[in-house]
Design a protein around this ligand. Structure first.
Ligand code: CA
Length: 396
C-alpha cells in the first residue's frame, strides 16, 4: 500500500521538528489522554486535499506467494474470526507474523485459547500468539455469545492447546514486530480495537512505522448491536477513535459489505467436502453456528465479516473502496461506536447547545478546502468471488 510514502515522510519530518521543539505532536497528544480526544477533534486540521481519491479503482496490488503481505492478525475468535484465521494461515500470499487475541465476542479466557487451538489445527505453531486486553479502554466488556456460543467457537470442543502464548502482551508484540520491520507490517484488526489502540498509545513513534491498518468494523449504513453501532466499534469506541486518528493508512471493512456475504446451508455443504484439518474444523464450527442461529424466534444468518476482511488482502478485487473522512461517536447516549463518514467537506459536528458559551461556534471539523479522507471504506463486494476464494482455500 505504498501510495502515501512521500506524504508520510513529510509528516515524519514535521513530527521530528515538533518533538525537537519539545511540544507534543498530534499523535502524542491523542495518545496521552482519551479524555483529550474530544477537545482535539474540534481543532483538527486535515491539511490539504486527499491523495487517496481513487474511487472504484483497483488500488492494491495483489500479494503473491513470492512477495507475501506481512500481517499481524488482531482478533477475538469468534466464529467468523476462526474462519478468517484459517483462511489466512492457508494462504501463501499472507505471511502471518503473529496473532494477538483480544476480548470481544467472548472474554479473553476463551479468545486466547481459541487462537492457540486454531494455530494448532492449521499446523502453524510457528506463528506466535500473544494475549491481549481483557477489557475495553474505559467501558465494561460486552460480549456476543448469542452468535458465537459460550466458548466463541459455536460450542464446538477442540482439544486443549499444547502450545502456550508468548511472554509479551499483544500490544508489546505489535510494537516489537512493527519496530523491527518499519513500513512492512499491515495490522489486520477484526475484533474490538483495544490492543491496537494500546500499542499506538504507548508508543507515539509506532504509527509512522505501520504500513496499514485494515479493520473489520463500523458501518456507514446502520449497526448490528444497536441501530447505530457495529459490534467491534460498540465494544470499544474510544480505542477505535485512537486508531482512526493515528494517521496510519486505514481501510474500514464494515457492515456495508460484510452483511452481503452470508453463509448459507449450500455453502456449508461445499465446506463439508474439506479433507484437511482446517477445513474440517471450519465446517464443524459453521454447522454448529447455522444450527444454533436457526433456533429461536429470530433466525439469523451468519455474515462472514472477518473472512471477507482477510480475503480482500489476498484478492483486492473482492471489495470496492471509497475515500471517507470517518469519525467515531464516543459520547452518544445511544449511539457510541457509530461511525460517521463524510464523503466531502465541509465536515461538521453537531450544532452547539443554545445555553453553551455564546462565543462557541459550530464545530467545523474540516472546511471544503481542508477536507481530507482518513479511511478507505469498503462500499461494494463481489460476494461470489469472495466465497470462491474462502471455500477454495479451506477445502483445498
Ligand atoms: Ca471478530
Amino acid at each position: 500500500m505504498g501510495h502515501e510514502r512521500g506524504g508520510e515522510s513529510r509528516q515524519e519530518r514535521e513530527q521530528e521538528r515538533l518533538q525537537e521543539n519539545g511540544r507534543p505532536n498530534r499523535r502524542e497528544f491523542l495518545a496521552g489522554s482519551v479524555g483529550a480526544l474530544a477537545a482535539a477533534r474540534i481543532n483538527k486540521n486535515f491539511g490539504g486535499v486527499s491523495s487517496l481519491s481513487r474511487e472504484g479503482a483497483a488500488i492494491e496490488k495483489a500479494p503473491t506467494a513470492a512477495a507475501p503481505l506481512r500481517v499481524i492478525i488482531d482478533t477475538d475468535p469468534g466464529v467468523d474470526d476462526a474462519l478468517a484465521i484459517l483462511l489466512a494461515l492457508r494462504s501463501p500470499e499472507l505471511q502471518v507474523e503473529a496473532i494477538t487475541p483480544v476480548a470481544g465476542n467472548v472474554p479473553l479466557d476463551f479468545t486466547l485459547p481459541n487462537a492457540l487451538k486454531l494455530v494448532e489445527i492449521a499446523g502453524r505453531t510457528d506463528v506466535p500468539v500473544a494475549g491481549g486486553a481483557r477489557h475495553p479502554l474505559v467501558r465494561k466488556l460486552i460480549t456476543g455469545e448469542r452468535v458465537h456460543g459460550n466458548n466463541g467457537l459455536a460450542g464446538v470442543e477442540f482439544p486443549e492447546p499444547k502450545i502456550k502464548p508468548v511472554a509479551e502482551s499483544a500490544p508489546e508484540m505489535i510494537r516489537k514486530i512493527v519496530k523491527a520491520n518499519p513500513g512492512e507490517i499491515t495490522v489486520v484488526a477484526v475484533g474490538p480495537l483495544t490492543n491496537v489502540a494500546l500499542a499506538l498509545r504507548d508508543d507515539p513513534e509506532l504509527a509512522a512505522k505501520i504500513k496499514a491498518i485494515v479493520i473489520m468494523g463500523g458501518s456507514l449504513s446502520g449497526g448490528n448491536v444497536t441501530p447505530a453501532a457495529e459490534f467491534n466499534l460498540y465494544v470499544d469506541p474510544e480505542a477505535a477513535r485512537i486508531v482512526f486518528d493515528a494517521g496510519v493508512p486505514l481501510t474500514m471493512v464494515g457492515l456495508d459489505v460484510t452483511r452481503k456475504v452470508l453463509f448459507t446451508d449450500q455453502r456449508l455443504k461445499a465446506l463439508e467436502t474439506a479433507k484437511n484439518p482446517s477445513g474440517i474444523a471450519a465446517a464443524k464450527i459453521m454447522a454448529a453456528t447455522l444450527e444454533h442461529l436457526n433456533r429461536g424466534p429470530h433466525p439469523m444468518i451468519e455474515a462472514m465479516h472477518d473472512p471477507l476482511t482477510v480475503a480482500n488482502l489476498i484478492d483486492p478485487g473482492i471489495l470496492t473502496l471509497k475515500d471517507y473522512y470517518v469519525e467515531v461517536e464516543t459520547e452518544g447516549e445511544f449511539t457510541a461506536g457509530e461511525t460517521i463518514g463524510w464523503a466531502y467537506g465541509p465536515a461538521r459536528g453537531s450544532a452547539p447547545m443554545a445555553l453553551a458559551d455564546k462565543h462557541e461556534g459550530s464545530p467545523v471539523l474540516a472546511t471544503e478546502e481542508s477536507f481530507k479522507a482518513n479511511a478507505r471504506v469498503a462500499v461494494e463486494v463481489d460476494a461470489e468471488r469472495f466465497f470462491r476464494l474462502l471455500l477454495g482455500r479451506l477445502t483445498a
